[in-house]
Design a protein around this ligand. Sequence first.
Ligand SMILES: Cc1cc2nc3c(=O)[nH]c(=O)nc-3n(C[C@H](O)[C@H](O)[C@H](O)COP(=O)(O)OP(=O)(O)OC[C@H]3O[C@@H](n4cnc5c(N)ncnc54)[C@H](O)[C@@H]3O)c2cc1C
Ligand code: FES
Length: 253
Amino acid sequence: MRVLSNEKNALNIYSLTFESTSELLESLPGQFVNINVRGEDSPFFRRPFSIASATDDCIEIIFEVVGAGTWQLSTLHVGDSVDVIGPLGLGYDLDFTESKSLLIGGGVGLPPLMFLYYKMKNKGIEPQFLAGFKSVSYNFMPRNITNVHFSSDDGSLGSKGYVTDLLIETLFHEKVDHIYACGPEPMLSKVIEIAEENEIRCSVSIEKVFGCGTGICFGCIIENSLKRLTETGRKYSLACVEGTVFDAGDINL
Ligand SMILES: Cc1cc2nc3c(=O)[nH]c(=O)nc-3n(C[C@H](O)[C@H](O)[C@H](O)COP(=O)(O)OP(=O)(O)OC[C@H]3O[C@@H](n4cnc5c(N)ncnc54)[C@H](O)[C@@H]3O)c2cc1C
Ligand code: FES
């Protein structure tokens, strides 16, 4: 696919858009693309990235440079071609039945929630958004996303502390029916715990380290809850093909 833009929009964070295919235009929030990163010292495995937005003619991913693969992606120029497989995985259920939704994410766990936000807005739903960053320098939240409350580790953006502290505070004065979450596993575990305590439905998108991304290598297994074990007879699920989105009650993090 042809690169349409590749812009740095925060510290070590890039927004990469490329020409879409008809399959990718049908992508759901929570689905991902697997990119073959070519070049010197390029990694053997494809690298997975959540789809951050899909418009009529382009697909966007937002990534942080953390190693060789993402560094290679950051050097792509307009007109370069990228080898992309997708959309992969299962996304969030877009049959929104609850009246009050809350999206919560940390760092580069936010892109699939941004895509979910756009889908909700298209259906006339205005979700509450809680976004956590290490500091203001990492903030890549686009301006067209409103109703966002921020937290940062050092207090340079929004309230100081974890985004899960912000969630606890929010639930003191707001009624929420469904929480949608994506971010590092410790954050997701805490979100699930808070959702259970408050008896709120919760859907999480898992971004473990993936190998193949297509159900072959078993590198992304996730333990099923007793409920899902009883239903399926299986102790584990594959996050890449049965997720990335799971109902919080179906897995043990
Ligand atoms: C379904 C899915 C969606 C993702 N979406 C995004 C996204 O939208 N934006 C984004 O920036 N990143 C996303 N990631 C993570 C991204 O795939 C990795 O950061 C990337 O593969 C790292 O490649 P690299 O070659 O640059 O780094 P590597 O050299 O492979 O790794 C550098 C460091 O990052 C760690 N790392 C690698 N992958 C992950 C991971 N999945 N989770 C936590 N740590 C990891 C490694 O352990 C190592 O410490 C997603 C991952 C998955 C599984
Ligand atoms: S990443 Fe290979 S099976 Fe899921």
